[in-house]
Structure formats: C-alpha cells, structure tokens
Design a protein around this ligand. Structure first.
Ligand SMILES: [Zn+2]
Ligand SMILES: [Zn+2]
Length: 135
C-alpha cells in the first residue's frame, strides 16, 4: 500500500510513494518560480527509494546558486513538472505538491527563500519563514 500517489496533467506519468513526506516547503526562489510557472513552488521531500514512477520522464539539469546540480523531471507530453533532485541531497526526491492526489497531505511547514518572494504573494503568518534555504 502506498502512502500517497500522484500524476501529471495528461496522466502519462504516475507515481506512488511509500513514505510520509519528511518535509514540505513553499519555495519562493526564482528557479522554482520559473520552473513551475507559478509564483512559488510547494515541494514534498521524500526518500528517493520509496517512490515508484510509472511512465517515461524527461529531465533538465541546471546549476543552483550554491553550485549544486539540480535536475527537474517532467512529462514530455503535457509539460507537467513532477520531481526534482539536488546533487547535494543524496537519496532525496522532491515532489511538486500540485501533482499529488491526496490533497489533504499537503501541509507546508515553512516558507523558504522569502528574500526572492514576489511582493504580492500572501504568506500564512502561522508558518515558519526563512530568508534563504534553511540549513
Ligand atoms: Zn503528462
Ligand atoms: Zn526553490
């Protein structure tokens, strides 16, 4: 039994995750904004080996400000961005929250990269905040 599941817009890529998310962040960095096409990205972080992906994902690599290699995984049919990997975080897969089926699971605990936030984005004051990436 999987803990949660998800899919892209067209349904060509689906996934199952067997573990509870270790962390859920709203990320306001410019990379997340441009990659998602949204004003911020919400990511669930899970152990990579707990995720089973069905369907062929395409990838795109870029270098983050801190020098890590960041890989984005997306559907080459509908363009949905589903997953991300950071070379500095071994065995961690990030999952884009908007692709998750169990919407009640999506409870971000912190807003990160607040320094890069779009001024009009409203923030839940009950959540923690970090100017950049918490270490
Ligand atoms: Zn798709
Ligand atoms: Zn980000």
């Amino acid at each position: 039994m999987s803990f949660f599941s998800g899919k892209c817009l067209c349904g060509k890529i689906t996934y199952k995750c067997d573990a509870e998310p270790k962390a859920i962040f709203n990320c306001h960095c410019e990379d997340c904004r441009r990659a998602t096409g949204s004003v911020f990205g919400t990511n669930l972080f899970v152990p990579e080996e707990k995720v089973e992906i069905f369907g062929e994902v395409s990838s795109y690599c870029h270098t983050s400000d801190s020098g890590s290699t960041m890989t984005k995984f997306f559907c080459n049919n509908c363009g949905s961005l589903l997953f991300g990997k950071n070379s500095a975080k071994i065995n961690v897969l990030s999952i884009r929250a908007g692709t998750v089926d169990q919407i009640d699971l999506i409870k971000p605990a912190v807003n990160i990269f607040m320094d890069s936030k779009i001024p009009s984005t409203s923030i839940d004051k009950n959540l923690k905040q970090a100017s950049k990436m918490p270490s």
